[in-house]
Each structure stands twice: as structure tokens, then as C-alpha cells.
Design a protein around this ligand. Structure first.
Ligand code: APR
Length: 237
């Protein structure tokens, strides 16, 4: 990869799996022992807001305790080395940022932020503590996690499409590409844009035009980054 090339990295739950955060579709169809419709839909929120808040308070606790792994760090090092890297993540954790990546778009929101139930523009960082029933936004309505649930619009999708449309190389890490509209993002890339998928299941998941690397993120991503950095050293006069 030429060092001026625009690398767009699309990440999913798999990149954070080795940091101890569970993926969604690897096991029994449950997310941390809960049915997705109970904890990740507007209907679940209406039915039992206390359960939903407790669920995300636990996820937030896990995220705070988790640490970036070698895959997050390698991507941040690539950016620090002067490569043009933009990350579009489906993850609600902040492990890319804590590894040092500066250009990160969260397609499905961020668990470390709260937002108003009535006005999605009212967003508050949650550096400490939980969200409880009765915690209100400035307009007096209940706070909820600033995450995108199934059945909700994805506000950052347009921005993500524009980013992918500018890619010279697409690197996809740890996503089953099972969820719309994220799965559609691949098709926004220019037709001649090469695409690499790193996932233990890569060969089974990827269309033929994608280069599949069957490996966990922490083993698949750092060698790619090392290779690109070495290539650049050779390019230099
Ligand atoms: N390294 C890389 N990939 C891994 C690893 C690992 N160590 N372990 C598992 N994987 C892969 C799995 O093979 C699978 O392809 O991670 C992928 C996880 O897929 P999903 O659980 O479906 O996660 P994701 O694609 O991010 O889900 C998308 O669905 O539930 C919603 O909003 C939620 O953002 C999430 C979205």
C-alpha cells in the first residue's frame, strides 16, 4: 500500500473479542445472556427500561475494564506513522480511541455516552458512573445509552458511505457483516478498491473479490501493518 493511499478500516465486535468483549453472533444467539430484542430495540426499552439500563451499565463497566489489544494498537500505529487511516466501527466501545486512533466513526453509537430519550442531539459523556431511571436530560426527559438499536435509523451512515467511497484500500476486521445497513457499506467502495477481511471465519464470510485472512484480529492485523510500514521504508529515498 502506498503511504498516501486512503485506508478505510471497517471493524466489528471481533476486533474487541480478544480484549474480553463478547461478540454477538458467535454462540447461542444471545448477547451476554439476553435476547437482542429485550435489550437492543426501542420496544425492549419501552417494555422494561430498567433492564435495558442495567444491561448497558454492565456493558459500560466491561468496556472501562477492557484494554485495547494488538489489533487496535497496530491500526493506531499505522496512523501515527503517517498513513491516511480512517476507522468506521460498529463497536460501541472506545478501544480504538484508547489505542490512539484519532479518526474513528461510530456507526452504532457509543456506550460511554448518554443521550436524551426525546432529543437525540442532547448527548452527554459518561466518564464515570451509570445511567439510572430518573436521570434526565436538560429538557427533562429520561437519559438512555447513546447507542443505535435494531429498528432505529443510523445517523452516521451517510458519513460512513462518503468515507468508504473515498477508499483506496478497505480493511474489514471482525464483523459477520450480517447487520444492515453496515453490511451494505462494502458496496460503497470504488469498484477497483481492493478489500481484505481479517476474521477467523473470513473465507466462509467473504465474497470472492475479497482477500480473506483466516485469523483472529490480533494475529491478522499486526503483520499487515508491519508489511505496509516496511513497504514504505523501501519507498523512501
Ligand atoms: N478476531 C477477529 N474476528 C473475530 C474474532 C477475533 N478474535 N472472534 C470472533 N470474530 C468474528 C466472528 O467470526 C464474526 O464474524 O467477529 C465477527 C463477529 O460478528 P458479530 O457478532 O455479528 O458482530 P458484528 O458484525 O460487529 O455485529 C454487527 O450487530 O448486534 C449488532 O449493533 C450490534 O454492532 C453490532 C452489529
Amino acid at each position: 500500500m502506498n503511504s498516501k493511499a486512503r485506508l478505510v478500516v471497517l471493524t466489528g465486535a471481533g476486533i474487541s473479542a480478544e480484549s474480553g468483549l463478547k461478540t454477538f453472533r458467535d454462540g447461542d444467539g444471545l448477547w451476554e445472556n439476553h435476547a437482542i430484542e429485550d435489550v437492543a430495540t426501542p420496544e425492549g426499552w419501552q417494555r422494561d427500561p430498567e433492564l435495558v439500563l442495567r444491561f448497558y451499565n454492565e456493558r459500560r463497566d466491561q468496556v472501562r475494564r477492557a484494554k485495547p489489544n494488538p489489533a487496535h494498537r497496530a491500526l493506531a500505529e499505522l496512523e501515527a506513522a503517517g498513513f491516511n487511516v480512517c476507522i468506521v466501527t460498529q463497536n460501541i466501545d472506545d478501544l480504538h480511541e484508547r489505542a490512539g486512533s484519532k479518526d474513528v466513526v461510530h456507526l452504532h453509537g457509543e456506550v460511554l455516552k448518554a443521550r436524551s430519550n426525546a432529543d437525540p442531539r442532547l448527548v452527554y459523556p459518561l466518564t464515570r458512573g451509570d445511567i439510572k431511571l430518573g436521570d434526565l436530560c436538560d429538557k427533562g426527559s429520561q437519559l438512555r445509552p447513546d447507542v443505535v438499536w435494531f429498528g432505529e435509523a443510523v445517523p452516521a451512515y451517510g458519513q460512513a458511505c462518503d468515507i468508504v467511497a473515498e477508499a483506496d484500500l478497505l480493511l474489514v476486521v471482525g464483523t459477520s457483516l450480517a447487520v444492515m445497513p453496515a453490511a451494505m457499506l462494502l458496496h460503497e467502495a470504488p469498484t477497483d478498491c481492493p478489500c481484505i477481511l481479517v476474521d477467523p471465519n473470513a473465507s466462509a464470510l467473504s465474497p470472492q473479490w475479497v482477500r480473506a485472512i483466516d485469523a483472529p484480529a490480533s494475529r491478522g492485523v499486526p503483520p499487515l501493518v508491519e508489511h505496509w510500514c516496511r513497504q514504505r521504508r523501501l519507498e523512501m529515498p
